[in-house]
Design a binder for this molecule. Structure first.
Ligand code: GSH
Length: 206
């Protein structure tokens, strides 16, 4: 059976949990990372030398990098649906998935960690405000894209929606100022109707 290593309150682990639920695959999960530790010890580092979560093991395959995990599971269990078979359609999904990891995540990390994981004494409110502004600028780009597309990959729900969903939940749940991004909100409302998203991603902030 597929093994997933990672704590459930990590946005990167949520991606794996969400796609596993969407495709209906059985798996075993072990808490790793954060307060659970183990990710900087040799057995885990032998699997994932970055010491980051998630990591999956599927037979002989050891795979890390959350968006690669989403791509692999979508390709092997949902080709033609979550994983578009048309190369151009798939490339559009890949583009937004890469954008999530290289652009969208940067604003989120200081805001989320600053407000949720740090103590009030540790908090740098100026840094949080600057990161929020950066984050909002990225959401504006997606809002514009969603003014012309129902989902991130186009007309249907695909793997491209999965990496962005957990970050959107944080954007809408954190106690921060939010611009009125109409198209982003319309897409987020759609995502929130999915039972797999509700189960694994709409789980509070911790
Ligand atoms: N690019 C990596 C980033 C993974 C990452 O930063 N994971 C965080 C949790 S969201 C982590 O491992 N934090 C250390 C910990 O939980 O102890 C991916 O997408 O998988």
């Amino acid at each position: 059976m597929l093994q997933l290593k990672g704590r459930i309150n990590s946005s990167n682990v949520m991606k794996a949990l969400w796609v596993l639920e969407e495709i209906g695959l059985d798996y075993e999960r072990e808490d790793v990372g954060g307060a659970f530790g183990k990710n900087h010890e040799a057995p885990y580092l032998n699997l994932n030398p970055n010491g980051r979560i998630p990591t999956i093991i599927d037979g002989d395959l050891v795979l890390w990098e959350s968006n690669s995990v989403v791509r692999y599971l979508a390709a092997t269990h949902s080709a033609g649906t979550l994983w578009p078979t048309d190369p151009a359609a798939r490339a559009r999904c890949d583009m937004w998935m890469d954008w999530q990891l290289t652009e969208l995540v940067h604003g989120m990390v200081p805001v989320f960690h600053g407000l949720i994981r740090k103590t009030p004494e540790e908090r740098d409110m100026d840094a949080i405000a600057a990161a929020r502004d950066d984050w909002a600028g990225k959401w504006r780009i997606l809002d514009d894209h969603l003014s012309r597309n129902t989902y991130i990959g186009g007309d249907t729900f695909t793997m491209a929606d999965i990496p962005i969903g957990p970050l959107a939940y944080r954007w809408y749940e954190l106690p921060i100022e939010r611009e009125d991004f109409t198209h982003l909100h319309r897409w987020y409302d759609l995502i929130c109707t999915r039972p797999a998203f509700q189960k694994h991603c709409m789980t509070g902030l911790s």
